[in-house]
Write a protein that binds this ligand. Sequence first.
Ligand SMILES: [Zn+2]
Length: 88
Amino acid sequence: MTSRTPTTGDEDVLALFQATLQNIANELNPFGGILRCSRCGIEGKVGDVSLHFRDGWPTHCGYTMTWVTQLQLDEASVSPVELRETQP
Ligand SMILES: [Zn+2]
C-alpha cells in the first residue's frame, strides 16, 4: 500500500466529503422505516443514517441489513434485495 504526505488541500476535501455525506443522510433520514436481517428476519429502527455512514451499515448474521422504508412498510411493497456477504 502506498501513502503520500498529506497536503493542506486534503483537509478541505475531507471536510467537503463529510459535509456531503451529512447532506445525503439528511435527505435519507425522513424515509424512516426499519432495518431487517434477510437471514433471520430480526428488525430494528433504521435510526440516523449518518451514523451508519460513519460507523458502517449495520449487519446481522454476517450480512448487511436491508433498509425497508416507512413507505414500503405502509404499502407492503418491499422489493427483494440481493444478499451481500460483508467483508470481515
Ligand atoms: Zn440475523
